[in-house]
Design a protein around this ligand. Structure first.
Ligand SMILES: Nc1ncnc2c1ncn2[C@@H]1O[C@H](COP(=O)(O)OP(=O)(O)OP(=O)(O)O)[C@@H](O)[C@H]1O
Length: 545
């Protein structure tokens, strides 16, 4: 499809353009002083090329870097200014060294203490947090539009990487622009918006954001699946400093009869963040996302955030926002460093092609391997197709007796929230750490034939009072994005993911923020050639592209 390139104004203003592969309409973007005006021109509706029809370039090129799946599709992760970043990251090891208001620093520490499972001796900013806070602090209050794209590996603390600048912006606006603040503080306005793709993420991100209300006196609101309009209206009357919602929900503002001027509510939004941005800018989302962004024309800051930068997404952002500043860490597109990656070949004995048997064996190994002895174990099983979830759940529950739930987009929002809670919460302590008499504890290691899986039999895990129950969640990519499964140590890829993007996000549900984690991938005749290299890629710390 020919790209329709319209003239770029030397002052950085830019005409419309055709967002290839994603949008059906030309996006016409122009920028006036300090504000972003996105007006869609009714560009000719272009047929969206289906992703599978595009010949995957990596197939023709052969394995230049580690390309994976039908089409790798990840932008080669050359992090900008590698040298400089290394120096910066070695110097800054404390939030006190970052230019943020003391009250915001206090709020950040409270959030991390309340939420993080990482029990290091002191709280230190993660690399992406250092880089994004440092980068944005320098011109945070400039009246001109600034666009940033934050990208780092899964579980690296990206939420705070965009939230800290947002909090600092709101609080500095109050202090440095007192007249403006006086005119806003008692008004029905929304000051900033965080857009995410799923209602689970609305809840998760708002749980974090709401922890700032006490120390920073901010009014936050999550407008999720079940939130009634009347509740929203009550909240907005009291001013909403940070609204966490989805693009569709934000757009529904314009369908509420009781709100005559929804545009006025959003005219004061000065900071917007799009988390899991490559999803929000994907072909199935971009219409809504584009419209939602257009409804906030006076934003000073637009921050895109993701753990993966698909090539097309990168091109789209470059064309939509030529002044965009990308902030990436050297670990972008690498699987978490603490991850153990194991493969089970279902085509070999004893599975003889049965993936469900391979899955059952892996779960058996997890139950009996003596890990997480004093805690309830949890495992997430990812399948490629929603239609396969019930069958896998049925087999695991009925044939193998596992405590197993299935979760897909067909579930109601309430059911999804109930089912996922056990996996998002920190691990449940089963009993005080029982001392095991080491002399009668024996551990046997049995290697599963033709695989790199070793089953560790630990008798301490098998006696009734110390048996660790295992809860299993079977789901799809719907739950692979952004969800912070706290302390989940095991992810099983029942199907080989179709793309590198899916692989990175699924595997990234474990091994988060310097914690250990294991990924077991079940391969079969048709997939093992692709997948064979992955354990080495992880071991050698190579980026997946
Ligand atoms: N500086 C820090 N020190 C310790 N723990 C942290 C720090 N920053 C964030 N965390 C914790 O790390 C975990 C992962 O953070 P977060 O969910 O923001 O990661 P992410 O990069 O957004 O992951 P994903 O790419 O999967 O969305 C959370 O439990 C969070 O509380």
């Amino acid at each position: 499809m020919k790209l329709l390139k319209l003239p770029l104004n030397p002052l950085g203003l830019y005409g419309g353009l055709l967002v290839r592969n994603y949008a059906k309409r030309a996006l016409k973007t122009e920028r006036s002083r300090g504000s972003l005006k996105l007006a869609s021109s009714v560009g000719p509706k272009k047929k969206i090329r289906s992703r599978n029809s595009s010949k995957d370039k990596s197939e023709s090129k052969g394995p230049k870097s580690f390309r994976y799946g039908n089409f790798g599709g990840l932008k080669d992760s050359v992090s900008s200014n590698g040298e400089g970043n290394e120096r910066l990251l070695s110097k800054i090891t404390d939030f006190d060294q970052l230019k943020i208001l003391p009250s915001v620093r206090t709020a950040v520490r409270q959030i991390i203490e309340a939420e993080s499972l990482y029990q290091g001796n002191e709280i230190i900013p993660s690399p992406i947090q250092v880089m994004s806070i440092k980068r944005m602090a320098s011109r945070l209050m400039d009246p001109k539009l600034q666009v940033h794209a934050i990208a780092a590996e899964t579980g690296s603390g990206k939420t705070l990487a965009y939230l800290v600048p947002l909090l600092d912006y709101l609080k500095r606006q109050e202090v440095e622009f007192p007249e403006l603040w006086e005119s806003l503080k008692d008004k029905a306005v929304i000051r900033s918006v965080i857009l995410v793709p799923t209602h689970e993420l609305v809840t998760q991100v708002h749980d974090t954001v709401s922890k700032t209300e006490g120390v920073l006196g901010l009014h936050t609101y999550k407008w999720g699946a079940g939130s009634p309009y009347t509740e929203f209206l009550d909240k907005v009357k009291e001013r909403i400093d940070i609204l966490v919602t989805t693009p569709a929900k934000l757009l529904s503002l314009f369908n509420i009869r009781m709100i005559s001027r929804a545009d006025k509510l959003l005219s004061h939004v000065k900071f917007m963040a799009l988390d899991e941005a490559d999803t929000l800018m994907d072909q199935s989302w971009i219409e809504e996302t584009h419209q939602a962004i257009r409804k906030m024309p006076n934003a000073n800051h637009v921050v895109f955030c993701s753990a993966t930068i698909p090539t097309e997404f990168n091109k789209t952002l470059d064309r939509l926002f030529p002044t965009l500043v990308s902030i990436t860490t050297p670990r972008l597109h690498k699987l978490p460093s603490m991850l153990e990656f194991k493969m089970i070949d279902a085509s070999l004995n004893p599975y003889k092609g049965s993936k469900i048997k391979a899955l059952a064996q892996t779960l058996y190994a997890i139950v009996n391997d003596g890990t997480e002895l004093d805690y309830e174990k949890r495992c997430i099983v990812f399948v490629n197709e929603k239609k396969d979830v019930p069958g896998v759940v049925e087999k695991l529950s009925k044939t193998y007796g596992h405590d197993c739930v299935g979760l897909t987009g067909s579930d109601t929002a309430e059911d999804r929230a109930t089912k996922i809670k056990t996996f998002l919460d920190p691990p449940r302590l089963l009993r005080s750490a029982t001392t095991r008499n080491s002399k009668d504890r024996n551990v046997r290691r049995v290697k599963v034939p033709d695989s790199n899986v070793t089953i560790v039999y630990d008798n301490a895990a098998r006696t009734e009072e110390t048996k660790s129950p295992l809860k299993v969640l079977v789901t799809t990519d719907l739950m692979a994005r952004g969800l912070n499964f706290k302390g989940v140590r095991n992810v099983i890829l029942y199907d080989v993911p179709k793309t590198s993007i899916d692989l990175v996000h699924r595997a990234g549900r474990t091994g988060r923020m310097r914690q250990s984690g294991r990924v077991f991938m079940i391969v079969e005749k048709s997939t093992k050639s692709w997948a064979r290299a992955i354990p080495k890629v992880v071991k050698k710390n190579i980026a997946i592209s």
